[in-house]
Design a protein around this ligand. Structure first.
Ligand SMILES: [Zn+2]
Length: 323
């Protein structure tokens, strides 16, 4: 990789199922940020003008134009062919993205090169370059949220594989033989056993749910589960303990698959890190086979911004002559 331009300015986007984060970064510092609704069910094409307008507005607030930027990065919730910048699969979000040429769009509308990568991978790249994983070249990340995002870096190389799916399907490792059917086609995936997308289904399958303090909650999420579990609600305690067991089991699987020195855990559910981290640490210390020593289990440091922070690294990787 080329030596870094200390003044490199980029546009950095993180497109999620519900929100699009758009930022301007310079030398790893977020100069400006805006968040727009994603309306991802309606597809990506209708959002591209929104994305462009947000980029131009942010730049104008900073008295900049696209000509002051080296490129634009996008973290995207799908598998990506990083050689061509094409989206390879569809997961009920931005269903039209596979048919779009985003590099051509960025060149035509903004005059900029575009680098795009899977969002879980971007989160780990961000943590690796500027967050909890600085100085560590063998690491994995689990992002606990609507789904379970996973990524692995081995000996300083981002694991991608022939079809772009190596490392990022950790959420679909089987943790429970004969378990719940997952949206991916497998059975007993970590994601199907403990993620926000499956939480209501998990809760309602329990016989003690109807009388639980969770039943009247307007939004059934992990914040509610951890809150009522702390107060001793039996259903919430069972859901919390089951979920932690799933995440801890997944962390052991990731250790056995990728040989990391560090496991970083991020995502919205980590608002309850005080309960989750010690439990996962204890389980990994006890059950992961690491005769070389002790794997660190830590919380993400960049939180919501990790995928934006990764933008500069990704652009420099995909366009080595970038200035
Ligand atoms: Zn699955």
């Amino acid at each position: 990789m080329q030596s870094r331009n200390p003044l490199m300015t980029i546009l950095a986007c993180d497109l999620g199922g519900t929100r699009m984060k758009i930022g301007v970064m310079r030398a790893g510092v977020l100069l400006a940020l805006t968040v727009e609704p994603a309306n991802s069910k309606a597809g990506l094409a209708p959002q591209l003008p929104v994305l462009k307008a947000a980029c131009l507005r942010l730049l104008s607030e900073l008295k900049l134009t696209p000509r002051d930027c080296a490129g634009i990065s996008i973290a995207f919730p799908s598998l990506i062919d990083t050689a061509t910048g094409r989206v390879l699969a569809e997961y009920r979000k931005f269903a039209d993205a596979m048919a779009l040429d985003l590099r051509a769009w960025a060149q035509c509308e903004l005059g900029l090169p575009l680098a795009i990568e899977n969002d879980a991978r971007m989160a780990l790249i961000g943590e690796w370059r500027a967050g909890a994983g600085r100085g560590v070249d063998n690491l994995v990340m689990m992002t606990l949220g609507t789904g379970l995002g996973v990524c692995a870096i081995i000996e300083g190389r981002v694991l991608r594989g022939k079809h772009g799916q190596a490392g990022v399907l950790g959420g679909h490792f089987t943790v429970r033989y004969g378990g719940r059917a997952c949206s991916c086609g497998n059975v007993g995936c970590a994601e199907a056993e403990a993620s926000t997308a499956f939480l209501a289904e998990l809760a309602k399958s329990r016989s003690d749910f109807a009388t639980s303090a969770l039943a009247p909650e307007p939004v059934l999420d992990f914040a509610a589960v951890f809150k009522h579990a702390a107060a001793g609600d039996a259903c919430a305690v069972a859901l919390r303990d089951h979920s932690i067991q799933v995440w801890a089991t997944l962390a052991v699987n990731l250790n056995h698959a990728y040989d990391p020195e560090m496991v970083i855990i991020g995502g919205g559910i980590m608002a309850s890190a005080d309960v989750i981290l010690p439990a996962v640490r204890a389980h990994v210390a006890r059950h992961a086979h690491t005769p070389w020593g002790k794997v660190q289990v830590v919380a993400s440091q960049l939180g919501d911004h990790a995928a934006l922070v990764a933008g500069e690294w990704l652009l420099q990787e995909q366009f080595p002559n970038l200035k």
